[in-house]
Design a protein around this ligand. Structure first.
Ligand code: GDP
Ligand code: IMO
Ligand code: MG
Length: 428
């Protein structure tokens, strides 16, 4: 079966951009299925850094077709800006980039409402990326959203736009915000929509044609399983299904067409925004994981620039995520960052109200009480060698990788030890 999916197993930023870029070498089509510009996927090729938010990371491979699926929400102005920026670097994408006509738009009022909702929450804010993601999905679910196919009839689009803006302005005013000007907002969006017209396609027909032609399709997840609206740390999550189920509903490809689900696991844990994080470390240790912000891979948000919270690897989280996604291959990233620690802690269970459990709690009230039960593994305290095979890693690093594979009962297909394509070791 020619379809595989790639998903994050933690709270996002696991290094999906880098691994999609590697897997895209053997793909014909790469598809984003959910989320929007809350994602920030970094790919580094020959020292050059590319940060992608809406466009699939496969775009950097010449000849690979890239598609924004029906489950994604996108701001036309932002999408156009990102596309033109990428085209400057890789050439015209006119015949290899498409956006689903069923996908929904993020419009200026969604961003405004995102910010106002956060302000209203005060200290209990979610810490969203303020990209309008939640409000856009709210409109989708309450059946009042604008989809890309609505742009085919300009008058009809205007009508829907005006009605939604009127509605949103009422809420914005009630929340103490400044209502948006219709004329200005509409003109900006219409100009972008006009330029994007040639890229809008019926993605379901297109993808099923690719399936019939035997093309290899890679689905690029965004966020991570712990941010999934159903399986993550609700309510401190995003507003879509960022686990493999979202790859089905966000593309129109049936689960029976799936071959492999690749699970991305950072060698430690990070999280941006609020919410429980059992293995989080104190600030002095966090700085060691995070770096100072002067290297591009330091732990600062690709989309918002916020410092990421850091902690030890949590295998309770990882096992939950492997199960929910059906991840059959693990890609372990950022192993090089662990080279500075003499001992490595890995959580294998939680102690909650005096009892040990390895099941991930559904209620964050339990998670907030969870004390991680750690296993300590020896570090290697030297830079990792440039190698192509996992067997060439130092013994302690191999031991760390093997421990994860055994605990998760899943193959570790690759280990990444730097941001560049070449800094990757593979299993047999
Ligand atoms: P994504 O959202 O999952 O695509 O991840 P991000 O791109 O937001 O964050 C991952 C960061 O780590 C990026 O700056 C990558 O260039 C960098 N990166 C990826 N893999 C490795 C690795 O193995 N080692 C190091 N040091 N950096 C990496
Ligand atoms: P990638 O694809 C890390 C987090 C936000 C916030 C919560 C809800 O780069 O891994 P939202 O704006 O989605 O309503 O915010 O989800 N978040 C991410 N954290 N990586 C991401 O994407 C994220 N996308 C959203 O920080 O806590
Ligand atoms: Mg990211």
């Amino acid at each position: 079966m020619p379809v595989s999916a790639l998903v994050g197993l933690q709270w996002g930023d696991e290094g999906k951009g880098k691994i999609v870029d590697i897997l895209a070498e053997r793909a014909d089509v790469v598809v984003r299925c959910q989320g929007g510009a809350n994602a920030g996927h970094t790919v580094v090729v020959g020292g050059k850094v590319y940060a992608l938010h809406l466009i699939p990371s496969g775009i950097l491979r010449q000849g690979v077709i890239c598609l924004v699926g029906n489950g994604v929400v996108s701001d036309p102005v932002q999408l156009l800006g990102e596309l033109r920026g990428i085209e400057k670097l890789v050439g015209s994408c006119q015949d290899r980039f498409f956006i689903s006509d069923r996908s929904h738009m993020v419009l200026p009022w969604h961003k405004e409402l995102d910010g106002l909702a956060e302000e209203r929450l005060g200290r209990s804010l979610i810490g969203t990326t303020r990209q309008g993601i939640g409000p856009a999905y709210i409109d989708k679910v309450r059946r009042s959203g604008l989809r890309w196919h609505h742009t085919r009839d300009r008058r009809e689009f205007k009508r829907r736009f005006q009605a939604s803006l009127l509605d949103a302005n009422g809420v914005i005013a009630a929340l103490g915000g400044k209502p948006l000007q219709e004329r200005e907002t509409l003109d900006t969006v219409l100009a972008a929509v006009e330029e994007m017209r040639g890229y809008v396609a019926d993605s379901v027909s297109l993808l099923h044609r690719f399936l019939r032609e035997g093309k290899r399709i890679l689905l690029e997840g965004a966020q991570g399983t712990m941010l999934d609206v159903d399986f993550g740390t609700y309510p401190f999550v995003t507003s879509s299904n960022s686990s493999s189920g979202g790859c089905v509903t966000g593309s129109g490809l049936p689960p029976t067409s799936f071959d492999t689900v690749h699970g991305l696991l950072k060698s430690y844990t990070t999280r941006v925004g609020s919410g429980p994080f059992p293995t989080e470390v104190d600030e002095d240790t966090a700085i060691r994981f995070r770096g100072k912000g002067d290297q591009q891979w330091d732990e600062f948000g690709t989309t918002t620039g916020r410092p990421r919270r850091c902690g030890w690897l949590d295998l309770v989280v990882a096992r939950h995520a492997v199960r929910v996604n059906g991840a059959g291959k693990i890609h372990l990233t950022k192993l090089d960052i662990l080279s500075q620690f003499d001992n490595l802690k890995v959580a294998t269970a939680y102690r909650i109200r005096g009892r040990n459990t390895s099941d991930f709690p559904s209620d964050i009230a339990d998670l907030e009480k969870a004390e991680p039960v750690y296993k300590t593994l020896p570090g290697w305290l030297k830079p990792l060698p440039a190698c192509q095979n996992i067997l060439e890693l130092p013994a302690e690093a191999r031991n760390y990788v093997d421990f994860i594979a055994e605990f998760l009962e899943t193959e570790v297909a690759s280990v990444s030890y730097g941001p560049e394509r070449e800094q990757t070791a593979f299993g047999q």
